[in-house]
Design a protein around this ligand. Structure first.
Ligand code: GLU
Length: 331
């Protein structure tokens, strides 16, 4: 395992080392309580997947894992939730592990101002997805994992368990079945891509795997631990170099530009970190070289991001001076 100097936790701006970091964290948590938590009333749970529509919107948890393995929690950080599109980060990472940089021959790297599940543009792009995080891109990634491994769903689940260091992680079958019964748009996207040859395997089987990968449940604590890989230049929780630093930097760049879909610009403006959201209400944000932050609150804003999670991350990033766009000249 890498040895990391804990006094550098906050990097350049945390002038006072660990004690100052903990004071800033306590101040951030206090502000989150007052300013972020009440916002759940302005959001709405994702009811287009009927099972998710049943979830109590007034819940919130957060976990921060620092580069040295330290963990700081807030609220319901140990409650499992449906990771939904956050799974797309882990499938992309798995595919880059399997195929290396050739992944990018079939998947673009452009941000989009369309919704995550829109498909109008896909016809013009001849079935090549804009990026790996819109549904079209994630379906192409899962299709390629299915071409590369015999038991794709098992590999995806095992991979997430390994990154989180927890074999108890499971798929919520009710959520998977609920999405499968209503996934008409995703089926349309996959069939259109199949007509262009950018999806190669059987569409119905692809959707089976995709719906189940989205229905994997993690707690904020497990998710933040799994996120450490992207903090540490490809070194996982156990100290194994799983991905090259260059590939990790590139995935972080795509998270920053496309991880929050058409909300990516707003997120960069308010928080300034690479991040991936899911309609289950989770957000995983990466502060490269410093920390991974998992936030979860099921009530969503109009772009499908956790309304409390977004505000909480904004407050935390401000107190800890985490924005990757922050000036580094020491004033
Ligand atoms: N399973 C969801 C879908 O495909 C994931 C969307 C999301 O979390 O952003 O619609």
């Amino acid at each position: 395992m890498q040895q990391i100097d804990a006094t550098q936790l906050g990097g350049v701006p945390i002038h006072g080392g660990v004690a100052d970091f903990e004071t800033r964290l306590a101040n951030a948590f206090a502000q989150i309580e007052v300013e972020a938590l009440p916002l759940w009333r302005q959001g709405k749970v994702a009811d287009y997947i009927p099972e998710l529509g049943e979830i109590d919107p007034n819940q919130f948890g957060m976990c921060i894992t620092t580069i040295d393995g330290g963990m700081h929690t807030f609220g319901e950080s140990a409650k499992p939730f449906s990771i939904q599109s956050i799974s797309k980060l882990f499938t992309l990472e798995l595919l880059v592990e399997l195929l290396g940089e050739s992944v990018w021959e079939h998947i673009g790297r452009s941000p989009t101002n369309s919704a995550f599940n829109s498909l109008g543009w896909l016809e013009q792009e001849k079935g090549k997805p804009y990026n790996p995080f819109v549904n079209a891109g994630a379906l192409a990634v899962t299709d390629r994992i299915m071409n590369s491994t015999a038991m794709a769903l098992h590999s995806i689940l095992q991979h997430i368990r390994q990154l989180a260091g927890d074999q108890s992680i499971q798929i919520n079958d009710r959520v998977g079945d609920s999405e499968r019964a209503t996934c008409w748009r995703n089926l349309s996207i996959a069939y259109l891509m199949k007509s262009f040859g950018t999806v190669t395997g059987p569409v119905e089987t692809l959707l089976d795997v995709y719906c189940d990968q989205c229905a994997i449940e993690l707690t904020c604590e497990q998710l933040a631990r799994a996120g450490l890989l992207f903090v540490r230049g490809g070194i996982d929780h156990f100290g194994n170099q799983v991905l090259t630093p260059t590939s990790t930097d590139r995935i972080n760049a795509l998270l920053a530009t496309a991880g929050m879909y058409d909300g990516a610009g707003e997120f960069a403006f308010r928080v300034g970190l690479p991040a991936k959201s899911g309609v289950g209400g989770g957000i995983l944000a990466i502060s490269p070289g410093k920390m991974a932050i998992a936030a979860w609150g099921p009530a969503l804003d109009a772009t499908g991001q956790s309304i409390v999670g977004l505000k909480a991350l904004e407050i935390l990033a401000s107190h800890l001076e985490l924005s990757v766009f922050r000036h580094q000249c020491g004033v």
